[in-house]
Design a protein around this ligand. Structure first.
Ligand code: SAM
Length: 248
């Protein structure tokens, strides 16, 4: 396993938005993740009071969830956590690696949103992440994941315009799928409003539904539901997995 510091540096180097967390917040501001998470908690664990979010990034979901739950967030990257402390000083957000971190607390809800799980590629390390989820779960706690469950196999690039506080950026996105490793790589080419360019290479591990089930069950969770939020069944590429901690 690479050390948390090396891993954090590696992850930061892959993505312009990790090097500019304020821009990350602007670009992700229309995300519906926290709302969906809250709906799933109300449905399956309406009495929940405490929540731990692993791979919480800048804490943008926690800002919403903390209105309803007592929350702790953990993220690998110091830069994201530092931004969270400045932008949302009232939140409890800590630097840590979800493969190994232990907060010494068990919560009613454990979450891992926004594809954070997909940044862990190795099978054993994915098992360690699920052990972390279990180590922070009270009996009957709910686990809510949002992760890639199917690859994006389209290879043609798409180009979009993105509004930033300093003007319009152009981003061209191309995907690559390696079946052997189950890594979906997103190549992003940014042309920023002030003329600079940046290239991202974001490697995400796809865990198909049956694999997710296996990891969850291996750590003591029973999967209750998998849904992609479209209301049309499970089509992917991204899905919410809801599971309950069954060990006592
Ligand atoms: C796409 S961001 C999602 C952040 C947040 N959940 C959201 O939805 O905005 C993925 C996050 O996972 C974090 N991450 C990746 N590997 C991690 C690890 N081993 N432990 C903790 N966080 C990790 C990254 O630092 C990054 O902030």
């Amino acid at each position: 396993m690479t050390s948390p510091d090396t891993e954090a540096e590696h992850v930061e180097a892959t993505n312009l938005l990790y090097r500019d967390p304020a821009l990350y917040d602007v670009i992700q501001s229309d995300s519906t993740g926290a709302g969906m998470c809250q709906t799933l908690i109300e449905l399956h664990r309406p009495d929940a009071r405490t929540l731990a979010d692993f791979g919480c990034g800048t804490g943008r979901d926690l800002e919403i969830l903390a209105k309803r739950f007592e929350c702790i967030g953990v993220d690998l990257q110091f830069g994201m956590v530092d931004h969270a402390h400045q932008a949302r000083p009232w939140l409890d957000i800590r630097t840590g690696d979800m493969r190994t971190v232990r907060l010494g607390k068990r919560m009613d809800v454990v979450t891992c949103m926004g594809n954070s799980l997909a940044y862990v590629h190795d099978n054993n390390e994915i098992g360690q992440v699920f052990a972390t989820f279990a180590a922070h779960a009270r009996p009957d706690a709910l686990l809510v994941l949002c992760s890639p469950v199917a690859p994006i196999t389209r290879t043609e690039p798409t180009t979009a315009t993105v509004d930033t506080p300093r003007g319009s950026a152009t981003v061209t996105i191309r995907h690559e799928w390696d079946l052997r490793t189950q890594i979906n790589t997103m190549h992003r080419h940014w042309v920023l409003p002030w003329g600079d360019e940046a290239r991202d290479e974001i490697r995400r591990r796809v865990l198909f539904p049956r694999e997710l089930e296996r990891y969850a069950e291996g750590a003591g969770f029973e999967v209750l539901d998998m849904l992609d939020g479209t209301g049309t069944g499970l089509t992917g590429p991204t899905a919410y997995t809801v599971a309950r901690y069954r060990w006592r």
